[in-house]
Design a protein around this ligand. Sequence first.
Ligand SMILES: Nc1ncnc2c1ncn2[C@@H]1O[C@H](COP(=O)(O)OP(=O)(O)O)[C@@H](O)[C@H]1O
Ligand SMILES: [Mg+2]
Length: 246
Amino acid sequence: MDTILEVKNLSLNIQKKQILDSVSFSLKRGSFTAICGKNGAGKSQLLRILKGLRKQSDGAIFINKEDVSKNRSKRLTQVGLVFQESDLQIVGETVEKDLRFGPENLGWSEDRINNKVDEMLNLFSLTSLKDRRPSTLSGGEKRRLAIASVLAMEPDILFLDEPFSALDYPSVISLIDTLIMLHEKGVTLAVVTHEVERFLAHTTNTLILKNGRLIYDGASESALAELKKAEVYVPNLPFKDLSWKM
Ligand SMILES: Nc1ncnc2c1ncn2[C@@H]1O[C@H](COP(=O)(O)OP(=O)(O)O)[C@@H](O)[C@H]1O
Ligand SMILES: [Mg+2]
């Protein structure tokens, strides 16, 4: 598998505080990565930089081997980001209109937009909800719509920031199913979370941030001891049981 994203010595200082300290890693095409760390570790700031919403203080970002460190507008389309407050990302009057919004802004042809909207409605089991107002959806359905609307724009990589927050148990299970389905379809996926016990068993690799520094980059199965060092809660279970989906 080839490398889709490479980050070299990425640092972020806000005022005098070092938020990210020389973070380097790469993600393989088609990988399903968990990016973990306790609250305040720097996870969301890392995503904001990768997406191009914030300028790094130092360091380089390559996507598909191209240096896009200074090309924030290119990263905006290459990097899909589902925010923690994903409800705020939903702008359409209906489910279908929300899915159309991004592709329309990208200036796609009507045919291409219609095909993409149908594909996303099917993939995310939203077809029966397509005329509903987003405000009438359940929390889990809203989260699925937010992910579908980001993926509709065909980003190279899809990042999700704390996607499990504020979801009830059935919605967490349904979201895990969605993530597994996207991984099986070949989407390059990275989930940022401090709640690893919900889904870690399904990921291919793990990155751990502690105080803005990357302290682990490797197989998820071997990450458990390091997660504890980073003060991320992990129940005393074998790796294969680290999923709410049994
Ligand atoms: N606008 C800001 N100004 C100053 N500090 C900030 C700002 N945004 C985030 N931080 C700090 O950056 C650190 C990392 O935050 P964040 O990336 O949100 O952590 P995480 O997502 O891992 O919980 C925290 O210490 C936070 O207080
Ligand atoms: Mg965060």
